[in-house]
Write a protein that binds this ligand. Structure first.
Ligand SMILES: CC(C)(COP(=O)(O)OP(=O)(O)OC[C@H]1O[C@@H](n2cnc3c(N)ncnc32)[C@H](O)[C@@H]1OP(=O)(O)O)[C@@H](O)C(=O)NCCC(=O)NCCS
Length: 188
C-alpha cells in the first residue's frame, strides 16, 4: 500500500458544490466499473447530487466521505434503525461503501469501514450488519479481513444486466467504550 497519499474519512453534515461534483464523479466511476452501489447504470451529476443532498436530510443516515489528497473519491452510509424498532436499536447497517477505481489500493476503504464502525459503536450500536454481491471479490476480502462473519447467502440477491446474482450477509460485533459484551445464544 502506498503511504505517500493523504487519506481522510470524514462524516459529512454538508457538502459544498465542489465536494459534491467530485463525489458524483467518483460515484459514477464506481458504478461504471461494476458496482457496489445499488445502481447498475451511471446516473450523472444532477441525479447523484439530488441523491446526496437527500441523504444528508435523512436523520437515520450518516454519510461518510473518503478523501484522497483532499478530494472526495468514495463514500459509505451508516443506516441507523428507525426509532420504532426498539428491539433492534442495538444494530446498525453499513451500506453503499465504494471507492472510485482511480483511488483504490491506498487503504481508503479499510479506513472508511473502520470509521463507520467507530461511529456506530460511539452511538451505542453493538452490531454492524452489511450485505454484498457475490461478485464483489475485493469487498468480500476486505470485510472478512476486518472480522465480519458471513451468516447467510441469498441466491437471488440482485439483478444485474439480466443476470441474477447471489449476495452474502455479514455481521460484526462492535467493541463499545462501555457496556458488557453482547451475549449471543440460540433460544433454549
Ligand atoms: C471494495 C473497495 C471499496 C475497496 O477499496 P480500496 O480503497 O481499494 O480498498 P483498500 O485499499 O482499503 O484495501 C482494503 C483491502 O481490500 C483488499 N484489496 C484491495 N485491493 C485489492 C485487489 N486489487 N485485489 C484483491 N484484494 C484487494 C485487501 O484485502 C485490502 O486490504 P490490505 O490492507 O490488507 O491490502 C473497492 O474495490 C470498491 O469500491 N469496489 C466496488 C464497490 C464494492 O464492492 N463495495 C462494497 C459493497 S457495499
Amino acid at each position: 500500500m502506498s503511504t505517500a497519499h493523504d487519506l481522510v474519512v470524514e462524516r459529512a453534515e454538508s457538502l459544498d458544490d465542489a465536494e459534491l461534483a467530485d463525489l458524483c464523479e467518483a460515484t459514477d466511476a464506481a458504478i461504471i466499473e461494476g458496482g457496489g452501489f445499488g445502481w447498475v447504470d451511471p446516473q450523472g451529476r444532477e441525479a447523484l447530487t439530488r441523491h446526496f443532498r437527500g441523504v444528508l436530510l435523512v436523520p437515520a443516515i450518516e454519510l461518510f466521505i473518503a478523501k484522497l489528497d483532499g478530494v472526495p473519491v468514495g463514500s459509505a452510509q451508516l443506516m441507523r434503525p428507525p426509532r420504532n424498532n426498539e428491539a433492534q436499536a442495538f444494530a446498525a447497517q453499513l451500506t453503499h461503501a465504494y471507492v472510485a477505481p482511480y483511488a483504490r489500493g491506498h487503504g481508503l476503504a479499510r479506513l472508511l469501514v473502520t470509521r463507520v464502525e467507530e461511529r456506530a459503536a460511539a452511538l451505542g450500536h453493538r452490531v454492524l450488519n452489511l450485505d454484498v454481491r457475490d461478485t464483489q471479490d475485493t469487498a468480500i476480502t476486505l470485510f472478512e479481513s476486518l472480522g465480519y462473519t458471513r451468516w447467510g447467502t441469498h441466491p437471488a440477491y440482485a439483478r444485474v444486466r439480466g443476470q441474477t446474482v447471489s449476495g452474502h450477509y455479514y455481521y460484526k460485533l462492535l467493541e463499545t467504550p462501555r457496556g458488557r459484551p453482547l451475549d449471543i445464544r440460540a433460544r433454549a
